[in-house]
Design a protein. Structure first.
Length: 749
């Protein structure tokens, strides 16, 4: 029977070529003028904004029915008998059979013998058919069927058509596999298919895989599935897992497709040692807003406490210029991310942000008002200092380019900083800047002046003493560079090589800032972007005194189409003064560390990158990073990376995805700390890809705190076009996050 299903799909294409001019008889529906015409007019809308309606569809009652057969008899305008090579055509509906009778007044066909019915691209075969050509209502017995949109196919005792888009399959099967013996199929007492809603609903069903029943639903529970990739309401596949802290886990989520732009997922999960965890996740999207909220909670039997986590984000466009937003996160206790690392709210981080903001965008200016605070989830082995809360912060920025040749900008900020233990207070900042850029294809010169003024009103919570400070710091800089080009060959290929020397000079006078607090300031990360900036600190509490020049050199190899094949960079900062402004009281040497970086596409499949920071005093590496990515084909890749930071970090990471035999893929990752001699993250798995299903096995171990690890094992069976069934967390998401460049084996080639 499934062989006939495949042939039915081929028959669709062949039968579509039959021309209407070949019909031996053309019959118009009787009393067409007396029937109420069905007029179709749809208006597409998004929110409250209506779009132009498409043109009206043709009146179905005016579409002619064309019939063809070797032998035709009967009474015109009433009943017509057709014998041998019967063909009936009306619009996109086509029928072929050995015998048929056509009732013209009802536009109804009764057919038998080698029946082939096509509705659009969908095809059906059967023994006996009764069908109204105009309405698409009827039935077929002992059918096989093929649904083109998702390669769905099967057989049944009977199919009842309730219209062009809806049908009911009785005692039938459904699969996206081809062949007489499909690898998997769904067998159900009833299958209701609605191509308009893109949904199938199975009543009292059993799912078979390799001839073995693996899931069954009771008669009172319907199983729904999409007929393509669209969303629809219904039970999601059960989630079975195991964790080293909670034991066996079982979840049965339910998805509510509330509207095309709204949905809700209910995630009940039973954790053997902890109890029932309930999670809710809602998403919404409109023309002027979007957001997502997730919450989960559990009465934990292990800790005998109520535990929860919340995450909510929202963006609301109040007007063309004004936007309101929030980002709220909270967890019940410090250990929540370690105990529920695969949670709905994704609280693996230790610093949870709570922020509400209002932004306004003008023509040449913008302003924002926001309140920011944090919850710290402490790890006793690696404690975190609570950041200052901003309650609130008002920011303003204005600027224009090329005003009589000048670029100017003004940044202003007023912030109330609060902390339960440290000095707190108000800070006001204004920072105007003006530059005169002179930019040509071969060189650029950008002189710039800026002025940084700050005022503090401070309070010591331990003594209740108040104080105030002012600080004003001017600064001048000059950024210059030249671009040289020459034609060259690299690996035998014609290229353009550039040589781009750059000098950046900064002069900022010293101001005593030792009495000022550190609300939001730290030493800036030393990298290529930072050495070409005026201030060596982040934030506004420290303005570094500078009399320095940064020298940089970049060389690129460009192909004829402009693609950058290789890039090399070198940079160092030279100091003409002894810098006195610092965070730790130390002075700087006369020269900074040397930065060296390079990256290149060595071939179409091999790329590499490297970055190195070398101390100018002892000529030893301070930080370094090296990486190689090899991808000779899709789903065939290897990554190798080494990271080093003196006395802090020394890790080597290997990851990849590789075919090991026909249809089998190996995936894996190892991130090992050479400094601590500890596996930071390890992952190993196998994937098998068949024509209509995929199977994955993944074992994963990763550190949640400095002393604790979490481990798990996941198995997933993906049935193409139906569902993903599994044990443990979703391995596809785990692999995408862990392996750069990974693609599921089930993705189309």
């Amino acid at each position: 029977m499934f062989a006939k299903t495949v042939l039915a799909g081929l028959f669709c294409s062949a039968f579509a070529s039959v021309s209407a001019q070949e019909s031996l008889m053309k019959q118009e529906p009787a009393n067409a003028s007396e029937q109420d015409p069905l007029k179709v007019s749809k208006t597409l809308s998004s929110g409250n904004k209506k779009k132009q309606a498409p043109a009206k569809a043709a009146d179905p009652s005016t579409i002619p029915t064309l019939i063809k057969a070797l032998t035709i008899s009967g009474q015109p305008e009433q009943l017509i008998e057709l014998q041998d090579q019967v063909e009936v055509l009306r619009g996109e509906t086509k029928l072929t059979a050995d015998r048929a009778s056509y009732q013209q007044t009802e536009d109804k066909v009764e057919a038998s013998g080698n029946i082939q019915l096509t509705r659009g691209e969908d095809c059906y075969t059967g023994q006996l058919l009764r069908y109204v050509m105009e309405t698409g209502v009827g039935y077929v017995t002992k059918p096989t069927y093929y649904l083109a949109r998702n390669n769905g196919q099967g057989k049944a005792e009977r199919i009842d058509f309730a219209g062009e888009e809806r049908s009911t399959i009785t005692n039938g099967t459904y699969s996206t596999c081809q062949g007489l013996d499909p690898d998997w199929y769904l067998k159900a007492d009833t299958l209701n298919l609605d191509t308009g809603l893109d949904t199938g609903v199975a009543g009292k069903s059993v799912l078979y895989f390799k001839g073995v029943p693996i899931i069954a639903t009771p008669s009172w529970l319907d199983f729904s599935f999409p007929l393509s990739g669209a969303r629809h309401s219904g039970l999601l596949p059960p989630i079975v897992g195991h964790s080293n802290k909670g034991g066996v886990e079982f979840g049965l989520p339910y998805y509510f497709n509330i509207a095309p732009n709204r949905d809700l997922t209910v995630r009940p999960k039973m954790i053997a040692r902890r109890g029932l965890q309930l999670g809710l996740e809602g998403r919404y999207l409109g023309e002027t807003y979007l957001g997502e909220t997730a919450i989960e909670g559990i009465s934990d039997k292990l800790t005998e406490t109520t535990r929860y986590a919340i995450n909510s984000t929202h963006t609301q466009k109040l007007s063309p210029q004004a936007v309101f937003s929030w980002n709220l996160n909270r967890a019940s206790d410090n250990d929540y991310p370690a105990d529920f690392s695969n949670s709905t709210t994704k609280t693996a981080q230790r610093l949870l942000l709570r922020e509400v903001g209002l932004d306004y965008y003008g023509g040449i200016w913008n302003a924002s008002l926001r309140s920011t605070s944090y919850q710290v989830l402490q790890d006793p082995t690696a404690p975190i200092t609570l950041p200052y809360e901003r309650l609130p912060q008002l920011s303003f920025h204005a600027g224009q380019n090329d005003v009589m040749g000048f670029d100017w900008s003004v940044d202003a900020m007023a912030t109330r900083f609060w902390h339960p233990s440290f000095i707190r207070g108000n800070r006001a900042v204004i920072n105007p800047q003006v530059s005169l850029p002179w930019i040509q294809p071969a060189f650029f010169v950008v002189p710039k002046m800026s002025f940084h003024a700050t005022q503090y009103q401070l309070e010591d919570p331990t003594t209740s003493l108040t104080s105030s400070y002012q600080r004003s710091v001017p600064s001048v800089s000059l950024d210059t560079g030249v671009v040289f080009e020459r034609a060259t060959k690299f690996f035998g290929k014609s290229m353009v090589q550039t040589l781009e020397p750059r000098l950046f000079y900064v002069n900022t006078p010293y101001r005593d800032q030792s009495k000022l607090p550190l609300f939001d300031t730290a030493a800036a990360d030393f990298n290529f972007a930072q050495i070409f900036s005026e201030n060596r600190f982040t934030g506004h509490d420290r303005i570094g005194d500078s009399n320095q020049v940064t020298a940089g050199l970049v060389s690129r190899f460009l192909e004829e189409d402009g693609i950058e094949r290789f890039k090399f960079a070198l940079g160092q900062r030279f100091y003409f003064n002894t810098q006195r402004v610092s965070l730790d009281g130390k002075t700087n040497p006369s020269r900074s560390d040397i930065l060296i970086a390079g990256s290149g596409q060595l071939s179409s499949s091999l790329s590499a990158e490297a970055a190195l920071q070398v101390s100018q005093s002892d000529r030893q590496s301070v930080r370094s990073s090296y990486g190689i990515h090899w991808e000779p084909a899709e789903k065939k890749l290897l990554n190798l990376q080494y990271q080093f930071q003196r006395d802090v970090l020394k890790q080597i990471e290997v990851s990849g995805q590789w075919p090991i035999s026909y249809r089998w893929y190996a995936v894996g990752k190892s991130n090992y700390s050479l400094l601590n001699r500890k596996l930071v993250e390890g992952l190993a798995g196998l994937e098998y890809r068949a024509d209509c299903w995929a199977l994955r096995f993944v074992a994963h171990r990763f550190a949640t705190t400095r002393l604790n690890n979490n481990s798990g094992f996941a198995i997933q069976l993906e049935l193409t076009g139906l569902a993903r069934l599994g044990f443990g967390s979703n391995p596809v998401e785990t692999l995408k996050k862990s392996i750069s460049g990974y693609r599921p084996s089930s993705d189309n080639e």
